[in-house]
Design a protein around this ligand. Structure first.
Ligand code: ATP
Ligand code: RI2
Length: 202
């Protein structure tokens, strides 16, 4: 049986990378795989363990079909390596750090995709982004503006309601909202719980 793609998305600074890191060991213990992204960002920059490439290298890789999914946002290009298709074909579930702006394309390619939207209040987001210090204050404001625009799009999507559990809300078919305004360990246990309920990585 084909594995399922679990597509974690949310505003810059909402904690996608922190959550993926913290949940990695327990989920891998249940057979879940994690994709390492390719990003046109220098390898030294703070954050996830991504492969940093130049824009020219990215274009070449993309042209060669090296990516299962790729998108542009925040002045950068992002790629998810094609090897995730081998993992999915082998029946393994795969977690990726996705983009809200690319969700519909990803859904077309992976109709069974489970989307998880991580959310945090804007004031907390700004604080976390400033404290992380990876972007300039101007870039941070641009990221917050992008989040407001994309949030308006997600909120107006007329898809059916699924149900809710503590700290999570299903806004549309196969999109679950997970709040990360509180302590990270709480969000980790909610993620594990909801994946267990959805019978992913179980
Ligand atoms: N629950 C939390 N409580 C306090 N701080 C948190 C929490 N979750 C994440 N953070 C902090 O917030 C900052 C942003 O988190 P992180 O880099 O994981 O976000 P992200 O969604 O991956 O952002 P981006 O999309 O820009 O890479 C980090 O400095 C991280 O340590
Ligand atoms: O705004 P949207 O489309 O959701 O996401 C755009 C991209 O920005 C963030 O990356 P990072 O902050 O550069 O690590 C996300 O991880 C995503 O890949």
């Amino acid at each position: 049986m084909q594995g399922r793609l679990i597509y974690l998305m949310g505003p810059s600074g909402s904690g996608k990378d922190s959550l993926l890191q913290a949940a990695r060991a327990p989920l891998e213990a249940h057979g879940c795989r994690f994709a390492r992204r390719v990003i046109t960002r220098s390898a030294e920059s703070v954050g996830e363990d991504a492969l940093g490439v130049t824009p020219a290298e990215f274009e070449r890789l993309e042209g060669e079909g090296a990516f299962a999914l790729s998108w542009r946002a925040n002045g950068l290009a992002y790629g998810i390596p094609r090897e995730i298709d081998d993992w999915l074909s082998a029946g393994q579930d795969v977690l990726i750090n996705g983009s809200r702006g690319h969700l519909e394309v990803a859904r077309q390619r992976y109709p069974q995709l489970l989307a998880i939207l991580l959310q945090v209040d804007e004031a907390v987001l700004r604080q976390r982004l400033l404290a992380r210090g990876r972007e300039t204050p101007e870039q941070i404001e641009q990221r917050l503006a992008r989040s407001r625009e994309l949030q308006a799009g997600v909120a107006s999507s007329p898809l059916p309601f699924m149900g809710e559990g503590p700290g999570e809300r299903a806004d549309q078919a196969d999109t679950i909202t997970l709040d990360n305004s509180g302590p990270l360990p709480q969000t980790v246990s909610r993620l594990l719980h909801l994946l267990d309920e959805a019978r992913q990585c179980a």
